[in-house]
Design a protein around this ligand. Structure first.
Ligand SMILES: Nc1ncnc2c1ncn2[C@@H]1O[C@H](COP(=O)(O)OP(=O)(O)O)[C@@H](O)[C@H]1O
Ligand SMILES: O=P(O)(O)OC[C@H]1O[C@H](OP(=O)(O)OP(=O)(O)O)[C@H](O)[C@@H]1O
Length: 189
C-alpha cells in the first residue's frame, strides 16, 4: 500500500500538538513519522517543538525550495520540510500539523491525503487558549473568529474523506480514535 500524508487540522488550541505528542510513540510503531515544522515563532514560545526562524530565514528557505508545503496565518509563516517527500517515497506515512486555510493547496499536491479535523466546543477552546497563555487576549479573539469561519467552511463541504475527531473530552480517547481510524484505513487500502 502507498504511504499516505495525514493532514491534521483544527483550530489553534484544539489540541493538535497535544494529540501528536500523546500519539507519537504509537504512530512510530505503525511506521508513521511526524514532521517538525519551521515557524517564524520564537524558539522560546510555549508549546510545539518547532524549528523557530526569523522572517528573513523563512523567506530564504522558501526561495530555496526547502518546503513541501508552506502557508502564512496568524501573523506567522509555517513550513513543512521537503524531506516528507523522501519519507513518503520510502514507504512511511507522514503526519503533518496543517492549516485549514491551506487545505485546498495541500490536497492539490497530495490528492490522496487523509484529512483529520480536530474540533472542540468553542467555549472549551477559549478556556484552553487562555490557560495555555501563549497569546494575548486580542490574539485569542482573532483565533476564535478565524476558527469559527474555517470550521463552518470545512464542514460545509460535506467531504466524505474528512475524518472529524472531537477533542472536547479526554485526550486519550481522541488518541485512540485517531489510531483506530488510521488502522482501519490501512486495512481498507
Ligand atoms: N483533550 C484535552 N483535554 C484537556 N486539555 C487539552 C486537551 N487537548 C489539549 N488540551 C490543552 O489545550 C491547550 C491547547 O492544546 P495544543 O495542543 O497546544 O493545541 P494546538 O496545537 O491545536 O494549538 C493546551 O494547554 C493543552 O494542554
Ligand atoms: O488555517 P488554520 O487552520 O487556522 O491554521 C493556521 C495555523 O494556525 C495553527 O497554528 P498556531 O500557530 O495557532 O499554533 P498551533 O499549531 O499550536 O495551533 C495551525 O497549526 C496552522 O499552522
Amino acid at each position: 500500500m502507498a504511504a499516505r500524508l495525514i493532514y491534521l487540522i483544527g483550530p489553534s488550541g484544539s489540541g493538535k500538538d497535544s494529540l501528536l505528542d500523546a500519539a507519537r510513540g504509537r504512530l512510530a510503531e505503525r511506521g508513521c513519522r511526524i514532521v517538525r515544522r519551521v515557524i517564524t515563532r520564537s524558539a522560546e514560545a510555549v508549546g510545539e517543538a518547532a524549528l523557530g526562524v526569523s522572517a528573513q530565514q523563512f523567506a530564504d528557505m522558501e526561495a530555496q525550495g526547502a518546503f513541501a508545503l508552506s502557508w502564512h496565518a496568524n501573523g506567522l509563516s509555517y513550513g513543512i520540510p521537503r524531506e516528507i517527500d523522501d519519507w513518503l517515497a520510502a514507504g512511511n506515512d507522514v503526519l503533518v500539523n496543517g492549516s485549514r486555510g491551506h487545505l485546498h493547496y495541500a490536497r492539490e499536491r497530495y490528492p490522496h491525503m487523509l484529512v483529520v479535523l480536530l474540533t472542540v466546543d468553542q467555549a472549551v477552546l477559549c478556556e484552553r487558549l487562555l490557560a495555555r497563555g501563549r497569546e494575548s487576549v486580542a490574539e485569542i479573539d482573532a483565533r476564535l473568529a478565524r476558527n469559527d469561519r474555517f470550521n463552518k467552511r470545512v464542514l460545509a463541504d460535506n467531504d466524505s474523506t474528512l475524518l472529524v475527531l472531537d477533542n472536547s473530552g479526554a485526550l486519550e480517547n481522541t488518541v485512540q480514535r485517531l489510531l483506530a481510524s488510521i488502522d482501519e484505513q490501512s486495512a481498507c487500502a
